[in-house]
Design a protein around this ligand. Structure first.
Ligand code: A2R
Length: 320
């Protein structure tokens, strides 16, 4: 099997390259001209807003499966730069779909990566959320991803294209930016252990329950969907068992090398925090056999060790 991963220089891309390569796939991956891809594969540069560049690349690589990861993926930035977010996530996706529609190879499977955020303001009692639950996006990023998914369904039906839509719930692991909660806790703990800050961890709402999956499980789901997913289908990807943020914090603190005080930071509280978000993952399980296998404890421990290593090499570079 030959894959073309669009937007592979981000958090998930490297893991997906490794997962596919390990499973014997030939992997081609794109990044923006100012980015780098460190995993072994055939690297191409591509900006999905330059629509004339996409078709020649697709025809040159002639992949069996295209994974579309390229996005403006920050919710916070989507409020500040709504036009940019819509341009990359909607127009960029249309550019890709149009190129795939015109590609010489007609049986390319496309996996569009969307988000659990698309469900948004969910009604009481809706969890676990099945893929048929209505979408009520609560931020600009989520709206653009819902739109991407709708476009995928439209192209699949209208042009008989082999397109699969994914709604990925929270995923985490070593290498993730510290704007995400597990990475944020782990980074703060590593900084405290390294003497870079007082032994106080700042936290937001600890009672919210969210569904966390290790990124290494998530990319395995993406591979299996590329191999066994049903054309035109939408798939939730998540553990299917939400955890209270408090329990994630407790797990992270249990790995800390010194006692740490917990401080609620009003700046980290969100006015409209939905108490529980949990997907139903029976569809992906039934169609591919996938289930999350890596425990939340393992994800937290590995992420903490990642930050410890990163701060150590940063310290070493400063001659500390
Ligand atoms: O924004 P940057 O400079 O970090 O680059 C991102 C890249 N990207 C683009 N690639 C091609 N053409 C564009 N016009 C364009 N704009 C941005 O897509 C970044 O390298 C990559 C997306 O990676 P992350 O933001 O790290 O997302 P992650 O966590 O790998 O998630 C993969 C997918 C995304 O569609 C998320 O929205 C979804 O999974 O949850």
């Amino acid at each position: 099997m030959k894959a073309l991963i669009i937007g592979a220089a981000g958090f998930v891309g490297g893991y997906l390259i490794k997962e596919l390569s390990r499973s014997g796939w030939e992997v081609h991956a794109t990044c923006l001209p100012n980015e780098e891809i460190h995993e072994e594969c055939c690297v191409h540069t591509l900006d999905i807003l330059k629509k004339e560049d996409i078709l020649p690349l697709v025809d040159e690589v002639s992949p069996d499966v295209v994974y579309h990861l390229a996005a403006q993926s920050s919710v916070a930035l989507s409020w500040k730069r709504p036009q940019l977010t819509a341009e990359i996530n909607i127009i960029g996706s249309i550019n890709l779909l149009e190129a795939l529609r015109e590609a010489a190879k007609k049986d390319i499977r496309t996996v569009l990566i969307g988000s659990g955020e698309e469900y948004g303001y969910i009604r009481e009692g809706a969890c676990p959320l099945t893929e048929s639950e209505s979408l009520s996006p609560g931020n600009v990023y989520a709206a653009t991803k819902a739109c991407q998914g709708m476009l995928g369904s439209i192209y699949a039906r209208a042009y008989k294209m082999d397109i699969i839509m994914v709604r990925a719930f929270n995923h985490s692991g070593p290498g993730q930016a510290s704007i995400f909660v597990i990475s944020d806790f782990c980074r703060q703990i590593a900084e405290i252990e390294n003497g870079m800050r007082e032994p106080v961890i700042n936290v937001g709402n600890l009672s919210a329950k969210r569904d966390f999956t290790d990124v290494r499980d998530v990319v395995r789901a993406y591979r299996l969907l590329g191999e066994k997913g049903r054309t035109g289908c939408i798939y939730n990807v998540g553990r299917g068992k939400a955890a209270e943020i408090r329990s994630i914090l407790d797990t992270a603190l249990s790995f800390a090398k010194l006692p740490i005080e917990v401080k609620q930071d009003p700046g980290r509280m969100r006015a409209s925090d939905i108490p529980l978000i949990e997907p139903d993952v029976s569809r992906i399980s039934a169609d591919t056999g996938w289930r999350a296998g890596i425990s939340m404890e393992q994800t937290v421990e590995d992420t903490l060790n990642y930050w410890r290593g990163k701060l150590m090499s940063y310290g070493a570079s400063l001659g500390k």
